[in-house]
Design a protein around this ligand. Structure first.
Ligand SMILES: [Zn+2]
Length: 131
């Protein structure tokens, strides 16, 4: 690894990116010329384009413009996950005409979707009231 990193202008926002390794994706960021934040949200946009699932089948939820990722015991934690609480979350998918309430303790809060991506990443779920 070179001691010095190369900075470049992000193609998608005013932030500068570097080819320094950030969560193992520095090389990709440099190739795409995007900063870490835009790289993160492009991944989330990818989930939306792939049917609201990540490549391992974990479900992407967008509720009130906030992005979450849910998973099952079998699927396991997303590899890049941080802290997750043990609160019970109840949600309904907007595409489900039956309005089935899903209950999970495994929900990763990933952050508020940037304004410029909102139209391409519309809400796909709502939180259900407590039982
Ligand atoms: Zn950027």
């Amino acid at each position: 690894m070179p001691a010095q990193s190369t900075a470049f202008q992000c193609k998608l926002c005013p932030t500068k990116g570097t080819d320094q390794e950030i969560r193992g994706v520095g090389t990709r960021m440099a190739a795409y010329r995007v900063c870490s934040s835009c790289d993160f949200w492009l991944t989330c946009l990818g989930y939306a384009m792939l049917g609201d699932q990540d490549p391992d089948g974990r479900r992407a939820l967008r509720i009130d413009g906030v992005h979450y990722l849910s998973w099952t015991e079998e699927q396991g934690f997303p590899p890049e996950i941080g802290y997750v609480g043990n609160t019970e979350h109840r949600y309904i998918l907007l595409t489900d005409p039956a309005g089935t309430v899903h209950v999970t303790h495994r929900l990763w809060l990933m952050g508020t979707i940037p304004e410029k991506l909102r139209t391409r990443m519309p809400d796909n779920a709502v939180f259900a009231p407590p039982a």
